[in-house]
Design a binder for this molecule. Sequence first.
Ligand code: ADP
Ligand code: ZN
Length: 750
Amino acid sequence: MSANLPPAAREPSSLEQALKQFFGYDSFRPGQRQIVEDALHNRDLLIVMPTGGGKSLCFQLPALLKPGLTVVVSPLIALMQDQVEALRNNGIGASFLNSTLSWQAELRVKEAILNGRVKLLYVAPERLLSEKFQPFLEQVDSEIGINAFAIDECHCVSEWGHDFRPEYRQLQTLRRRYPKVPVMALTATATARVRTDITQQLALRQPVTHVASFNRPNLYYEVRPKHRQSYSELLQIVRSAGGSGIVYCLSRKKVDELAFRLQNSKISALPYHAGMSDEERSVNQTRFIRDDAQVMVATIAFGMGINKPDVRFVVHYDLPRNLESYYQESGRAGRDGEPAKCTLFFSYGDLKTIEYIIDQKPDPQEQRIARQQLRRTIDYAEGTDCRRTIQLSYFGEQFPGNCGNCDNCRYPKPVEDWTVEAQKFLSCVARSGERFGVTHIIDVLRGSKNQKIQQYDHQQLSTYGIGKDRSEDDWKTLARTLLHQGLLDETSDGYRVLKLNERSWEVMRKQRTVFVARTVTETATRTERSLRSAEVEMLFDRLRALRKEIADEQSVPPYVVFHDSTLRLMAQQRPQTLDEFGQLNGVGHYKVAQYGERFVAEIRAHCQEQGSAAAVAGASAGPARSAGRGGANSARPELGGEGENFPSHTQQLTLELLRKGCSPAEIAQKRQLSPNTILEHLTQLIEMNQPVDLNQLVPSERQEVILQAIETVGADSLKPIFEYLGESCSYDEIKLVRAWVRSGNDPLGF
Ligand code: ADP
Ligand code: ZN
C-alpha cells in the first residue's frame, strides 16, 4: 500500500502525477484524462474503446482518488484475477470475489474491505446480485461508501452484441438500490445498436459517452495467400516475432495438427480448443500467459478474457467468421501499444468450407446475413486498399488510408491488365449459356476432359482450352475480381450460376479495361526490416530472462512485473541508478522499490561485460566489418540503413553470436534453434551483405573449389555443384559460398 511513500507522493497535485505515482505512466492515452475527470465528477459514463485502448485505467485511477470502494463487475474470472494481480503489483489494494475462493479467503477479503484496505473490488455479476450478498454490500456502502460501479464488458447486456449474458440484465437493480452511485459502463464492441441497448438496459443517466477511434496504429495488418509454403511462412513469423503469439484455426483437428507440427519444428506451442478438458485448457492458458509457451494454437474459443498485453502476433491460419470477429481476435495482439503483427492466410478453399457451413443453416435469413458477412471478409482479404480503411469502414469510421503499417500501404500490389483474359472468361460464360458456375467455366477454359465437359459436349465450344496458359488459381482470382468489381453476376439461389450483366458486355466489346491485383507476399517478408540494434536486443533478452525469473518467484505472469515496452526502454536507455530507473515510463514508485535494484544491477552487469557506457544506448551493432574473403566485400552499406535488406531480429542475434566467435553449432545450442535455422540465418545474412566472416565458416581452400564449381555449373541448384565436387564439400558449405556469390561478389573477379 501507499503507506511507505513520501508525503508529497501521497497527495498528487495533478492527475498526471497520480498516473505516474500509481501506474508509472508518463501520460494518458487518448480519452483517458477526460474520462477520469468525468468520473471524478460522478457522471455516468459509457466508454467504447478498442481492446488495448486502456479502459481499465479509466475506473482504476478514479477509484484511487475518491474515498470509498469501487465495485467492478467483470464476467471473466481469469480477467479479474489478472487485473487484481497487476494492481497489487503496483501496490494498490485490490481484491476479487468469485467462485474460486474458499469461504475463509472470502472472509478475509470482506474484512479487508470493511477495514478500508481495498480500493477496488472485482465481482462476478451473479455474485454481486445474489440475495446473500446484499447485506454485505449495504454494510460496505454505509460504512465505507461505494463510490462507483464499473461494468466491464458491458455489451453482455445486449442481445445484439456477440456475447449476450442474461445475468447482466439484472445489473440495473444496482441503479435502483444505489441511486446515488455513478455507473461507468465499458466495452470494446463498436456498433451503435449495442451502444443504445447498453444505455437502456443499465439505466444509465445522461451518460457521457466516449467512443475512441478503433484504429490500432501499432498493429501491422497483412493478408497472405494460403498455399503449400504457408507453413514455412508461419514458422518465419513465429521465429522472427521475438515474443508470444496466437494462431487461430477453424477446427479442433487443425489446432491439434498445427500445434504438433510446430512442436516438431522446435517451437513451444500448445493447443487450446473446446474438445480438451477444462483443466488441460487452463493449464495451457497459464503456461502461455506466464511465457512458458510461446505460441497458443487455438480455435476461437481462446482469447476472450485473456489480458496478456504482450502478444506480438496473431495469425489466422483459417478464414475468420466475419470482419468484426477478425478485428476483435487480431486485436488481441499488441495491447501494450508495442508493434505487433496480424496475419491472415486466405484461400478460396477455406471459403468453400465456410460456404458449406452457411448452406447448412436452416434459416434463410440467417444464411443471407452470414453470406453478406463472408462477402465483407473476402472484400478485406482481396482488397487492395489500406487494410485499416476497409476494417474501420466496417465500424462506420472513416480512415484516410496510407497508414504505412499494412501490407497494401507498404507494398502496393502491382495491378495487371487482364482485359483479354476477362474477355475469354466472359465469352465462355456466354457461350455455355449462362448456366454454370466458376469451376466449370475454368474447366472449359483449361480444356479439362472431365465428365461434365463430356456430358454437355463442351469440348466443342470455341472457348474450350483457350485458357491453358493460365493456372486454375489465376482464373479463380480473375473470376473473383470480376464479381467483386461488378463486371459479372452470380445467382444467390445456392447454385451460384454466373450471369452476364451490362458491364460484362462492355468488357467483351473492349469498352472497359479489367485490372487484377497480383499478390506478392514473399517480398513483404524479405524486405521487412527492423531498426532495432542487436545490442539493445541482447540486453532486452537478458532483462526478459530476469523478469521471467522474478515472475516465477512470485507466481505471476511476467507482464505483471514489467511490460515489454518498459523493458525495451530499459534496454535502450540503460538506467544506472534507481533514480534514473524511476523515470522510465511504466515504472511507478512501488516498482522502483520492489524491483529497481535487481534490474539496475543486471543493466550494469551487461554494460560492463559489453565494455560500453550508458551513453552508447541505441547505437548500432558496431562498425561494419568486411565479409571474409580478402576484403573484397568491404564496400557495404552501414547497418540500420534504410536498405531493403535488413536482418530480422533473430538473424541479428545469430550474427551477434557469430561475431563473438561462436560456431554455428554453438549458436544453435545457445539459441535453442535447429542448426538448419542458423544456417539459413547465416546464408541470408551473407546475402544481405552483413558482416559475416566467411573464413570462420568455410575453410578458404574449400571456398576456392566451390567457387570454381559455381563458375562451371552455375549457382541455380545445389545438387550439380555437390556432384561436380565429387561430394568433397558439404551442402552447408556450398550454400554459404553460394550466398556469398549471390550477395554480389562475382567469382570471376578472382
Ligand atoms: P483494455 O481493457 O481497453 O483492453 P487495458 O486497460 O488492459 O486495455 O490496457 C491495455 C494496456 O495498456 C495495459 O497493459 C495497460 O497497462 C496499458 N496502459 C493503459 N493506460 C496506459 C497509459 N496511459 N500509458 C501507458 N500504458 C497504458
Ligand atoms: Zn494501410
